[in-house]
Ligand binder design. Sequence first.
Ligand code: PBG
Length: 330
Amino acid sequence: MFPLRRNRRLRTNDALRHLVRETLISPNDFLVPLFVVEGKNVKEEIASMPNYFRLSLDLLEAEVKTLWKLGLKSVLLFVKVPDELKDNQGKEALNPNGLMQRAIKTVKNACPDMLVMTDVALDPYSMYGHDGVIENGKIINDTTATVLAEMSLSHAQSGADFVAPSDMMDGRVLTIREILESNGFTDTGIMSYSAKYASSFYGPFRDALDSAPADVQNIPKNKNTYQMDYANRLEAIKETQMDIDEGADIVMVKPGLCYLDIVRDIKEVVDVPVAVYQVSGEYAMLKAAAERGWLNHDAVMLEQVTAIKRAGANIIASYFAKDVAMLLNS
Ligand code: PBG
């Protein structure tokens, strides 16, 4: 008799579709990136990221309370550093009273159970907009790793639960793990940006932090000597495996949507949680298309984050986190 199996039967109605649905999205899946600036009562919209803001510490406090009520329990902090504090070494990154250090304390005071992760990278502090210390037009790997480790220690001392190195220097996870261990921060975790590609999707983020690679003679204007070539797949597995061997608790693939094949490859071979960063350019594309009425914002947003989770993400860092949580709560 034809046909013995009718696949459409399981798609008959909403109740049944929900019953057999394989991938469920909840606020627990998300890590919320937050941009912090100096000042009071500052809420600046990022031009290329509609409805996303840089917040001063007082407004950050209010924001994390709102996020907590929505069920969003983890944040990833980024700071916009004033130009006059930028240099080649990232000195300001180690200031115990720097903006990041105060931001960590602000979040922990406002919301003690909120998980606080910090971006560990030099680019917001670098006068050249690079993730490394530069000498003779080159990014110096080991010097940079040492600064990143000191920066991680400073974040841990300020109360960060996790540090998230986003630079792609070799060996930095081990350098960070060692400094944390030797200073007694055995419980501070490392979420490593393990397979981070040199991507043009980071454009809006660099607007947000004013951190684009500088147009200075002899300094590379892109990050191709440290971030990965987007044509490569095997390399992502090697990078990720090495970060795990060096002590990473969580690994990450970045960007998201164009790299879901990589997410799946990695998910199949690692035994630690895999995070995916749906980056600023991905956010900007949907916001722009929705503004024009070309895409249904909420429907496409849910489809995208579900696809990221279906591919193998255990954690999704996304500028849509709050929008998704509000939608799920409504
Ligand atoms: C900095 C950093 C970047 C992002 C996260 N951390 C930018 C870069 O590497 O140039 C990108 C995030 C985004 O685009 O949303 N090291």
